[in-house]
Write a protein that binds this ligand. Structure first.
Ligand code: A2P
Length: 283
């Protein structure tokens, strides 16, 4: 390092204070004009259970009068599994969203803020033992399941793993479809999770606004029985079926009503049940 670059570094360090809880972006992938994913370094001390979320964000603009900057944070499900050495996130881009309007422009080498306090209910501990697990997702609600699908515990606990993903159009399914294809083809993943376990995955993508092999909201396909007919499984049974749900508030409410109608009870970390719910966070 030359003297000059040292000086520059010091000057920069004084002018732009390092972010608190900073992590460095290691990869960014854009899927559509509404969706992208990114990976960041993982704090050495961060332990989490697959399916949990953390608060992440960027420093806000300086206050016009005081010049003070406050962190702009939102809850994001960790999309990578607990064993991964980096952290992955899957995000929507909201044009006038305070955070995502800026976050969508991050590049490799940039820093984001990450509060290392993972929490959440989409965890195996919040479910009673069962045979078949349903992961119900819409949009970016796929993120916690991207974590859980790469988590060996999922396959230790269940004989069948059904992941449904409802999106507006086919392009919005890409992140999930690619991930599942990679799980089954990537040598490291096959070795880690086991071929027999990967064969437990049943992927059920549906679209609502563009033609695809399965059209319609998954809630409708549960109500009219098509989901079960397509998969060749019996209707929901609280004795063997478990579910995790992640989507918009309205989606979560609708699925919860369907689960309860089938006799499943909502669980929590403190009291495990037959299904659990988490909101897909937007902003
Ligand atoms: P729809 O196109 O009928 O609104 P979004 O991109 O708005 O977050 O929605 C993601 C997907 O979730 C869309 O396919 C949308 O269908 C679907 N969706 C939204 N609300 C519900 C709900 N209450 N029940 C089932 N699916 C829903």
């Amino acid at each position: 390092m030359t003297d000059q670059s040292t000086m520059t570094d010091e000057t920069t360090a004084r002018a732009v204070p390092a972010l608190p809880d900073a992590q460095t972006v290691t990869a960014v992938t854009h899927y559509t004009d509404r969706l992208f994913s990114f990976r960041v370094t993982r704090p050495a001390s961060l332990r989490f259970r697959s399916g949990e979320f953390v608060m992440i964000g960027l420093m806000g603009d300086p206050h016009p009068e005081t010049g003070k900057q406050k962190p702009l944070l939102r809850a994001y499900s960790i999309a990578s599994p607990s064993w991964d050495e980096e952290l992955e996130f899957y995000s929507i881009k909201v044009e006038d969203g305070p955070l995502t309007s800026r976050l969508q422009h991050i590049k490799v080498g940039d820093e984001i803020i990450l509060k290392p306090k993972p929490v959440g209910t989409l965890v195996h501990d919040a479910l009673l033992p069962g045979k078949r697990i349903y992961f119900f997702a819409t949009g970016t609600g796929f993120a916690p399941f991207a974590s859980l699908l790469r988590e060996p515990e999922t396959y230790e606990k269940f004989d069948e793993v059904i992941i449904t993903h409802t999106c507006r159009d086919v392009a919005e399914l890409t992140y999930g479809a690619d991930l599942i294809a990679e799980l089954k083809s990537d040598e490291m993943m096959v070795e880690l999770l086991g071929e027999e376990n990967l064969a437990k995955i049943r992927y059920y993508p549906t679209t609502t606004r563009e033609q695809s092999p399965t059209m319609g909201r998954v809630t409708t396909l549960i109500e009219n029985g098509r989901l079960f007919a397509d998969l060749g499984v019996p209707p929901l049974d609280p004795a063997v079926d478990r579910a995790m749900v992640c989507g918009s508030l309205e989606f979560n409410k609708d699925i919860a009503a369907l689960m309860e109608a089938a006799g499943l009870r909502e669980g929590a970390n403190s009291e495990p049940g037959e299904f659990v719910i988490e909101k897909a966070f937007v902003g």
